[in-house]
Ligand binder design. Structure first.
Ligand code: FE2
Length: 405
């Protein structure tokens, strides 16, 4: 019984170690947004061995329990004897303290997840989510559905077209039914099947959007910029054009080259600026806010001249932009960057999400004050593995009417 309890403690402590490491990775290092200059970046490499070492200190403690169990009862209950067995080595004390602390963190994580899965969240008002469509390019699949549900399948070539209707206050009737296709984090690379990108674009064209919006992170490597520009604009001629914001990878690979290559194919970049979409005398504002890692996000400039009574559609690469909006109204803010966690675990969900909000804004709709934010899982993957997290072509139809409708 004592052994079983001890094993449970060790298991929870290992979970706690994992949770502490994820906190450091997601929030402390990448959540800082400028992680190359972050003094804590070294913890990505230092924390795992340190946490494991602390947990391995359970072994001396285990030996002491073994000794305790092997002694006779009368000796065991003798205070002096118990004292000498349990606390005779400092290392065992550290092991015991860490075991309790880390297992408490692990237990809290399990309870949190069980609560999140058990509580059925009320749907946000003003949104109608329609059934999505899945296009599977990979022919070979793991035969058992139950195994697939546990994550024994790479989703990297299974495209999911998600469909949402969003009710927008004060939306002019002429924009009722306005169609937006949002593609983000395409991370176009030569080793990914071209047919995959062609299938993505086919889904966008089938949707017949009024507007196509790119959320940044077009490529992971500089050499792929021309290829990305060719593949991602093929046959796209939406009535109001193609717009884009930049992602952190675009800055790393070459923002100017990305803007030039896509600009030559008609893509307009919204770096802290807005445009007015027109239907007769009616207008709808589309604003792009620069990226938080390497860009210079300037919400005031991006939304300047915008009347708070006017509807606004926004885009920015990273969902952490939500912290800079300061109560501004954005009726639909489209973001990416998280890849939805990319590798989701059964029960634990999205674990690696480089954001100061960690998994809170990993994907889907979130209403934060006057902003309705949608975080897309995006298209690409680094490395090319997606578990329980399909690539996403996100489509939206705007509806005029109160959110409460
Ligand atoms: Fe990104």
């Amino acid at each position: 019984m004592v052994r079983l309890l001890f094993a449970l403690f060790v298991l929870l402590a290992l979970l706690g170690d994992a949770r502490i490491f994820l906190f450091i990775l997601n929030r402390v290092v990448f959540g800082s947004h400028r992680h190359e200059k972050n003094p804590w970046t070294f913890l990505i490499f230092a924390a795992p061995p340190l946490l494991l070492l602390l947990t391995l200190l359970f072994w001396p403690l285990n030996l002491f329990i073994a000794r305790l169990m092997s002694t006779r009862l009368v000796e065991r209950i003798a205070p002096a004897r118990a004292e000498s067995v349990l606390w005779s080595a400092d290392v065992a004390k550290i092991g015991a303290v860490w075991l309790i602390a880390a297992s408490a963190v692990g237990l809290l994580w399990v309870v949190e997840r069980a609560h999140a899965l058990g509580v059925r969240e009320l749907p946000l008002s003003g949104i109608e989510t329609l059934p999505s469509r899945v296009v599977r390019l990979r022919r070979a699949h793991i035969p058992f559905r139950s195994l697939q549900r546990l994550g024994a399948h790479n989703d990297v070539y299974d495209i999911e077209v998600t469909r949402s209707e969003v009710f927008v206050d004060d939306l002019p009737d002429s924009f009722d039914g306005y169609r937006i296709a949002f593609l983000t984090d395409t991370h176009v690379a030569r080793f990914v099947r071209r047919a995959f990108y062609r299938a993505v674009l086919e889904q966008v064209r089938d949707f017949a959007p009024d507007l196509v919006l790119f959320g940044g992170d077009f490529v992971s490597w500089h050499r792929d910029i021309p290829l990305a520009a060719d593949l991602l604009t093929a046959g796209l001629q939406p009535r109001d054009g193609i717009f884009a914001v930049l992602g952190n990878h675009d800055y790393w690979t070459g923002a100017k080259e990305v803007i030039d290559a896509f600009g030559a194919r008609g893509v307009q970049f919204l770096v802290n600026r807005s445009v007015r979409l027109r239907r007769g005398s009616d207008t709808l504002t589309l604003a792009g806010i620069d990226e938080v890692y390497r860009g210079e996000p300037d919400v005031g400039t991006a939304l300047s001249g915008l009347d708070p009574h006017e509807p606004c559609i926004g885009a920015s690469h990273h969902p952490d932009i939500i912290d800079l909006l300061d109560g501004r109204r954005i009726d639909l803010l489209l973001c990416g960057h998280t890849h939805g966690g990319q590798i989701r675990l059964p029960f634990f969900g999205a674990v690696v999400v480089p954001s100061r909000h960690e998994g809170e804004f990993a994907s889907g709709f979130h209403r934060v004050r006057s902003v309705l934010m949608y975080v897309s899982r995006g298209i690409g993957a680094i490395p090319p593995i997606r578990i329980l997290c399909r690539p996403e072509v996100a489509t939206f139809v705007l509806r005029s009417g109160k959110r409460s409708n």
